[in-house]
Design a protein around this ligand. Sequence first.
Ligand SMILES: [Zn+2]
Length: 75
Amino acid sequence: MSTKLKHQQQQSKDGGNVVGLSRCTCEGCNKKADLMNFCQEHYDWFKFGLITKEGKKPTDFDKKYQAWVKHHKAA
Ligand SMILES: [Zn+2]
């Protein structure tokens, strides 16, 4: 318990200044950004055209999402 608390304090102390602590750009995602400004999952989405680099969904998102799901099932 105390270890967890300490970790949170460290995070807020570093807040903002540290490169690499940025969050995923995708709307509604709170994961840490690993690649570009996305978490690994949403970077995959970005590569596939499911979201723009601003983290927004295109108008034909549903269609692209279906294709993406198929692509991943096949892989
Ligand atoms: Zn994400």
